[in-house]
Design a protein around this ligand. Structure first.
Ligand SMILES: C[S@@+](CC[C@H](N)C(=O)[O-])C[C@H]1O[C@@H](n2cnc3c(N)ncnc32)[C@H](O)[C@@H]1O
Length: 234
């Protein structure tokens, strides 16, 4: 495998912050039925799949990611208990009662993605997604820089506006916890150190960037993070 980013992330359980409690909370807010058809959009290596299966014990989960390597890991981990395919999460087929998307919508923009998902949501269906968010009116430069120039970066009210622009309503929001970030950055930091020994220059650069991000998080975590929003077509 030559892509240093994939080298860093392959095999990691989480590719972004998250916790089973967040999935359970969002499913409760969205009133997800036990037989729900669920999509994990931008599933990565499938960290949230067990929690999604738990909220719909007689439903099914379809996991979608553009990286085939990650989908192969999902299939190796969960086998036939989950449907999984490599494809574009913006072009889902559906229908789905619940679309879950952790740390992936921001690659494409909240309004654009929610509009694209509207036709594939079943009647009464809902979406839960996490999005970079500022938790202060006076963010430091470091807090803004943490997101690497992400221009739609805004606060909870700003995210709600983007949701409204897609003609959805916000059912509830909550901040992704520090523990959820730790469950991502803890194993990632270990992986960075393990890979350093034999890293070529391209991989070394990626490792340095990851280490810098992890260190930066410690200083900015009071000011910024992910906001989890549960939304439904208005
Ligand atoms: C930060 S990772 C989060 C992965 C996973 N949800 C988690 O929390 O561990 C974002 C994921 O979104 C995927 N992604 C980004 N754009 C995508 C697209 N258009 N279609 C499918 N997957 C996409 C990436 O490949 C990556 O696996």
């Amino acid at each position: 495998m030559s892509d240093p980013i994939l080298t860093l992330y392959q095999g990691l359980e989480r590719l972004g912050p998250g916790a089973p409690e967040d999935v359970a909370w969002a499913a409760h807010v969205a009133d997800v039925p036990p037989d729900a058809r669920i999509c994990d959009a931008g599933c990565g290596t499938g960290a949230d799949i067990p929690a999604l299966m738990a909220v719909a014990p007689v439903g099914h989960v379809t996991a979608v990611d553009e990286a085939k390597l990650f989908i192969d890991e999902v299939l190796a981990r969960y086998g036939t208990t989950v449907r999984a395919y490599a494809g574009d999460m913006v072009k889902l087929k559906g229908p789905y009662d619940f679309i879950w998307s952790a740390g992936a919508v921001y690659f494409h923009g909240v309004t654009k993605v929610l509009r694209a998902w509207r036709p594939v949501l079943a009647k009464g269906g809902a979406v839960a997604f996490s999005e970079p968010c500022l938790f202060t009116d006076t963010p430091s430069e470091a807090a803004v820089a943490f997101w690497g120039g992400y221009t739609p970066l805004t606060d909870a009210a700003g995210i709600a506006k983007q949701v409204g622009a897609a003609d959805y309503e916000v059912l509830a929001t909550r901040r992704v916890s520090d523990a959820a970030w730790q469950s991502y950055y803890g194993p990632l930091a270990e992986r960075v150190e393990a890979l350093r020994r034999n890293a070529d220059p391209a991989l070394a650069l990626v490792l340095d960037e990851a280490a810098t991000e992890i260190a930066a998080w410690e200083t900015v975590r009071g000011e910024t993070g992910y906001l989890l929003s549960v939304v439904r077509p208005a």
